[in-house]
Design a protein around this ligand. Structure first.
Ligand SMILES: C[S@@+](CC[C@H](N)C(=O)[O-])C[C@H]1O[C@@H](n2cnc3c(N)ncnc32)[C@H](O)[C@@H]1O
Length: 366
């Protein structure tokens, strides 16, 4: 199997392709990306037979911005016989995957694939049984073993392959299923909730998303992001000229500042979180967040970069590089990650965590 299939948001195939080509080249692995616009996936075909497996192991999945999932696949299986679709699929995996831990029968995230998904659900049970019989899958689910993926792109037409459980998205189709909280003021609340799931390990939530922490939300109205912070018992300074949801104001945890988020300065020195969802040019938001980090006004930041322009991958790369360079120049060590989340549309979400600063008196470790 010498191809890597990457799932992405439909419409972002070119960005996903540019990114995988770049990241593979950094590992001196070469190939070419096949892109079909609005298909919801990209195929990266490696020139060397074992290179797709190397990529699946060596490119840290969490460093990919536009890919929702990364799997190693073989040739496309076409025209599966309706009387027995199972045997050819299992046949592709014998000798390739030994005792996988889980099976996911998936489709691209497009409207056209919705019907296909119903069929996938039906096929999962007989496929799983046949794979277990052939020892392609273990008898029980096991989260530490490779995941077997069957990726249907059309009726009777699928890619078959695997991902590594330590280096993939743990979610079916790479999409976390989050329930919209009925009392949240806007749907964009799910963007921040998803960001927490993606960027903050679950066992660190108590420490990094704990009650009593202070947060600033720039561009907060009507309050979907503030809602997530309030729900975690934080105290929030919400900055926006608009109107905040009354339900949030009534919690007593929110101070609303009718001010320009680009001019606002924190009034206290123990702000842990900065979150920002202002619709503005990416470079302007980036330099705002850099300023907050350099001044030590927050420890962690989550913000959106809106991408209405054509050269979206270049725009994202430039902004991330600006953050890296600014922090490195100031001797501030930081973790920087970016992802196009499922709930993001024409945008990506960036997370920066200051680890420590070499400037005396500005040591951040707790
Ligand atoms: C996409 S909405 C934010 C939605 C919010 N995150 C939520 O979940 O409800 C963008 C907000 O940014 C605000 N905004 C835009 N430019 C701003 C600025 N310079 N200063 C403060 N707020 C700004 C707008 O008023 C708008 O309410």
């Amino acid at each position: 199997m010498n191809k890597l299939a990457l799932y992405c948001r439909p419409g972002f195939e070119k960005e996903c392709a540019a990114e995988i080509t770049d990241k593979a080249a950094q590992l001196e692995i070469f190939g070419f990306a096949r892109v079909k616009e609005n298909s919801g996936y990209v195929l990266f075909e490696c020139y060397q037979p074992d290179d797709a497996d190397r990529l699946a192991k060596e490119i840290p999945f969490r460093e990919l911005i536009f890919a929702r999932q990364m799997i190693v696949v073989g040739e496309l299986l076409r025209d599966l016989p309706p009387e027995d679709r199972v045997s050819p699929i299992v046949g592709m995996l014998i000798g390739v995957v030994d005792r996988g831990g889980e099976l996911r029968v998936e489709v691209p995230d497009t409207n056209e694939s919705k019907e296909l998904m119903k069929f996938c659900r039906k096929l999962t049970v007989p496929l799983r049984a046949a794979m277990r019989e052939q020892k392609v899958l273990m008898a029980r689910e096991n989260a530490t073993r490779p995941v077997v993926h069957v990726f249907f792109i059309a009726p009777g037409c699928c890619y078959v392959g695997y991902s590594y459980s330590k280096n993939n998205s743990p979610f079916y189709m790479g999409i976390p299923r989050l329930k919209f909280p009925a009392d949240a003021p806007s749907r964009s609340t799910l963007k921040l909730e998803e960001a927490f799931h993606v960027f903050i390990p679950a066992d660190e939530w108590d420490e990094r998303l704990g009650s009593g922490m202070y947060a600033v939300d720039l561009g907060a109205c009507p309050g979907g992001w503030t809602y997530q912070l309030v729900k975690r018992s934080m105290m929030v300074h919400a900055v926006d000229n608009g109107t905040m949801a009354q339900s949030l104001m009534e919690t007593g945890q929110v101070t609303h500042h009718r001010a320009d988020g680009f001019k606002f300065e924190p009034t206290r020195n123990n702000i842990y979180w900065l979150v920002c969802d202002m619709v503005e040019k990416p470079a302007r938001v980036t330099s705002l967040v850099i300023n907050w980090l350099l001044k030590g006004w927050c420890r962690e930041a989550i913000f959106n970069l809106k991408l209405p322009m054509k050269k979206r991958y270049e725009e994202v790369s430039q902004n991330l590089q600006s953050i890296q360079e600014a922090l490195a120049t100031a001797d501030i060590s930081a973790e920087i990650h970016a992802k196009q989340l499922y709930h993001d549309r024409e945008e990506i979400t960036v997370h920066v965590r200051r680890m420590w600063s070499a400037i005396p008196g500005r040591r951040d470790e707790r």
